[in-house]
Write a protein that binds this ligand. Structure first.
Ligand code: ATP
Ligand code: MG
Length: 415
């Protein structure tokens, strides 16, 4: 199948906005095995849009257009397409009801101009817009297809994934690749490469992409096969082989965040957690409460920045602060123990460290962080030396505390 992509917008041509729709459509359609023969960007002029669509319909079996579906006067795509095909624009009551609902659901009245969004070329099929108001449209054109999508990327993407791709698959275009995601924390990209390099080399028709972030490295595994089923098998096998090499640094096979994984483990074990934070200023509590339903396992937290508060609220001993210093293994553990007791939680987690840029010394440099977990019958703490500036250190410290808790919950913290 030959595909041409047309994107519309003055702002795409004058550099105000980068055209991301072409890249998105190109990657999705190419993955289905379609041949992208051309991508064109035209200004918001009815003439330019008409010329582009007309030319594309001659060259391609499938023409996908984004932009110009809005309710305002400069949005002419539908009108142009209808005229080109000799179709009338007719009012679609179902779409009108949905557009009206979109406004009324937010307590607003629908502006009259939005009625235009319910006008569609006769015989067109509408693709529901769950994010905005303009529906996408599918128009048959001889043996070919003309698909009109909104310009707003967040509206266009779900239509491509939820409608266009399955629709094309139904027409015999098949995806023959599968993707898997593996999420790790605590290993640098180079360390991962060293561990998995040899096995990845032996995997046929499989690519591994490194997606590094401050808090860890994600690996995207893409496997191709003769069929999608074959590809899925190959992808799962690759996932197992790679994950085995990275144990215990893999916290998720799939898209879950570390806080979601920890939340799941706590809920399954019916355990609660409380946190005591110094240099992260509440980030750990924020992460743990990002997950819906967090009241089930999160008792609360204390941001104890000063030594005084560490003593008074968490019961850290003055002697420990004096001999070991606020940033030390000992204080981290006493903070974890203290908050656990105060909150009557099953697990206490603590962080103390030097985020910088000031406050470091030769013995205790910027980036030195101690995380600790205390529970009934045990305590553990780990020393880290993080880079990445103040924000980087704080993000990594919170992630490391979560990771230690994950390992404690799984009973693999001593590995
Ligand atoms: P609306 O209902 O919002 O008017 P529309 O279908 O008419 O939607 P446009 O008006 O062309 O779409 O664009 C809406 C928004 O989406 C603008 O902010 C525009 O810059 C952005 N946009 C449009 N096309 C692209 C593209 N190809 N890549 C990235 N952003 C785009
Ligand atoms: Mg518009």
């Amino acid at each position: 199948v030959k595909v041409e992509i047309i994107t519309i917008g003055d702002e795409l041509l004058d550099g105000t906005r980068v055209d991301t729709n072409t890249a998105y459509l190109g990657s999705r359609l190419a993955a289905l095995g379609a041949e992208i023969v051309r991508a064109t960007t035209v200004p918001d002029s009815a003439e330019a849009v008409r010329d582009a669509i007309e030319r594309a319909l001659e060259a391609a079996d499938l023409v996908v257009v984004t932009g110009g579906l809005g309710p305002t006067a400069d949005d002419r795509t539908k009108e142009v397409a209808a005229r080109l095909q000799g179709r009338r624009l007719v009012l679609d009551e179902e779409i009108l009801a949905r557009v009206r609902e979109h406004f009324e659901g937010r307590g607003a009245r629908m502006p009259e101009v939005n009625v235009a969004q319910a006008m569609i070329p006769e015989g067109a099929r509408a693709i529901e817009n769950r994010v905005g108001t303009a529906p996408g449209l599918v128009l048959e054109h001889g043996d070919g297809l003309l698909v009109l999508l909104p310009g707003v990327p967040s509206e266009m993407k779900p239509m491509v994934d939820g409608y266009l791709v399955p629709f094309l698959e139904g027409r015999g275009l098949r995806r023959t690749w599968e993707e898997r995601l593996l999420r790790t924390t605590g290993l640098a990209e180079s360390e991962i490469a060293e561990r998995i390099g040899p096995v990845v080399k032996r995997l046929a028709r499989t690519d591994v992409a490194y997606l590094p972030a401050t808090t860890g490295v994600d690996l995207r595994i893409t496997a191709r096969g003769g069929t999608r089923k074959e590809a899925a098998k190959a992808a799962d096998r690759a996932l197992d082989v790679i994950a085995a090499k990275l144990d215990p640094y893999v916290y998720a096979r799939g898209g879950e965040s570390l806080e979601e994984v920890v939340a799941y483990l706590l809920v399954m074990a019916r355990r609660s957690v409380a946190v005591a934070e110094s240099c992260t200023g509440g980030r750990l509590g924020w992460l743990l409460t990002r997950v819906p339903g967090s009241s089930e396992y999160f008792a609360g937290g204390v941001v104890a920045y000063s030594n005084d508060l560490k003593r008074r609220l968490l019961g850290v001993r003055a002697a420990t602060l004096k001999t070991a210093g606020a940033v030390s293994q000992e204080v981290a553990i006493e903070m974890a123990r203290g908050v656990r007791a105060k909150a009557r939680a099953d697990y206490g987690v603590a962080i103390t460290g030097i985020a910088g840029p000031g406050g470091g010394s030769p013995e205790k440099p910027v980036g030195l962080v101690y995380v600790a977990v205390h529970w009934d019958g045990g305590e553990l703490s780990v020393e880290h030396r993080f880079g990445g500036g103040r924000d980087g250190v704080r993000e990594r410290a919170a992630q490391a505390a979560l990771e230690l808790l994950r390992r404690v919950l799984l009973g693999i913290a001593d590995d």
